[in-house]
Write a protein that binds this ligand. Structure first.
Ligand code: IMP
Length: 425
């Protein structure tokens, strides 16, 4: 099997966790390459629900799971996640990049103060990446070092004036924070030490040994820092290309790029959403689809399937195949349409606007879609291993319509949250 990069093809929450869990079975390594605790990847198996914010969703298969260099890590939250998953502080198959950046409490405080207008998850993601880019942040290798406490204190001195000017801390609070956080984070560093390594080299060696690597993206293509609906985006690159930079994927090694899309569209936080539903129709879809954020519990904004945005995501991320999730939810709601174009001032456009205010102005061009068959669990079970030709006509037509528009095949259909509620064509 080829190495695979899994990315969200919408605004996140497409069901990447479930799909990574499904694909991890046939992989040797699973690598997260971007984002941090803002992600909430839900995996359901054998009646249990697991929510991973950090750990790659391959953990349930006991595969080597890597947090790559592009990930930003809150050590406290990660340790809690490890403990709640393993019942101990040990996750023998987890590896953490020494070069990954560390999220400190002051990053979360800055995010809490300034992230409101974007509707961030409040996990300190933006401030951490921005201090990384400013070359003043600390990496995992710093907090595991013997002189970690002094490295942390020195780094905090670099941001002292800013923290006080922005009223994150008073002078006295800063001093107290500096002392307590340096001791606390150096202790986390000691707990992390066994997991920390050169993860890019692990990926390289796996490639040499013909092992299969699965790269797990977080968030979605439309939240990408460069190509998403800026400034209403996250602070990392969410495209497949980020797996090379943040996860150690090796250019030239054959790779399959799989995008995940829901059968409709959702978005959390602020920002343009041309096909957003309002009122009862939105409430109904949200309730039927359980559309509440896995990280923050916020109600997700819901809308018609935006094929125009999906095609942009396919193109920009180089997606070669799509997995479509939540077809079972679509079957239970009426009136969901497909958007096949955008108009501005009554004139159809042939580009995806880069400017958020312009995107707010677009009028979607809709086409009605035939309601898809509402199959019982038993009927779905009978379709296990089915080809597309064997699907009920309405589902087949829906898939074909999407494939024709976005110009890539749908190769996986997910009809429920459990691992076995998946058809691979
Ligand atoms: P941040 O990543 O917390 O800085 O948030 C920036 C934007 O990305 C906000 O609109 C968030 O709601 C959104 N976002 C971040 N992570 C996710 C995710 O995993 N799923 C969906 N939206 C996300």
């Amino acid at each position: 099997m080829k190495n695979t990069i899994v990315v969200g093809a919408q605004w996140g929450d497409e069901g990447k966790g479930k799909l990574v869990d499904v694909l991890a079975e046939q992989s040797d390594l699973v690598v997260r390459f971007n984002g941090g605790g803002n992600a909430g990847h839900t995996v359901m198996h054998a009646g249990e629900t697991y929510k991973f914010h950090y750990m790659p969703s391959g953990m349930l298969h006991d595969k080597i799971c890597i947090l790559g260099t592009g990930v930003v890590i809150n050590p406290k939250d990660l340790l809690e996640e490890i403990e709640s998953f393993t019942g101990s502080g040990h996750a023998p198959r987890l590896r953490i990049s020494a070069r990954a950046h560390v999220i400190f409490p002051h990053h979360q405080m800055i995010d809490a103060k300034g992230g409101g207008k974007i509707g961030t998850t409040g996990r300190g993601i933006g401030p951490t990446y921005s201090q990384k880019a400013s070359r003043i942040n600390l990496r995992i290798l710093d907090i595991i070092a013997d002189d970690a406490e002094s490295r942390i204190k020195t780094a905090l001195r670099d941001v002292k004036d800013m923290l006080i000017a922005d009223q994150i801390f008073s002078q006295a609070e800063y001093q107290e924070y500096c002392n307590s956080v340096s001791t606390e984070y150096a202790a986390y560093g000691q707990e992390f030490k066994p997991f920390v390594t050169d993860t890019e080299d692990l990926v390289r060696v796996a490639g040499k040994n013909n092992e299969t690597v699965l790269f797990e993206g977080a968030q979605g293509t439309l939240l990408d820092l460069n190509y998403g609906t800026y400034p209403f985006v996250t602070s990392s690159s969410t495209l497949a290309a980020a797996a090379f930079v943040g996860g150690g994927a090796i250019p030239g090694v054959p790779i399959r790029i799989l995008g995940i899309t829901k059968a409709y569209t959702t978005r959390v936080g602020e920002g343009p959403f041309p096909t957003e539903l309002e009122g009862d129709a939105a409430t109904n879809l949200r309730e039927v689809g359980h559309e509440y954020g896995a990280t923050t519990g916020r109600p997700r904004r819901v809308g018609h399937l935006d094929l125009y945005a999906l095609r942009y995501a396919v193109r920009i991320s180089g997606i070669q195949e799509l997995a479509m999730t939540k077809i079972d939810t679509l079957a239970l709601v009426s009136g969901v349409k497909a958007c096949v174009g955008y108009k501005i001032n009554g004139k159809e456009i042939d580009y995806f606007p880069a400017d958020a205010p312009t995107l707010e102005l677009v009028e979607p061009i809709y086409t009605d879609i035939e309601p898809v068959a509402d199959l019982s669990k038993e009927e779905w079970v009978k379709l296990k291993g089915a080809s597309k030709a064997q699907l009920p006509e309405s589902i087949r037509n829906y898939i074909k319509f999407i494939e024709d528009f976005v110009e890539v095949p749908i190769t996986i259909l997910s009809h429920g949250p459990e691992r076995n509620e998946t058809i691979v064509f």
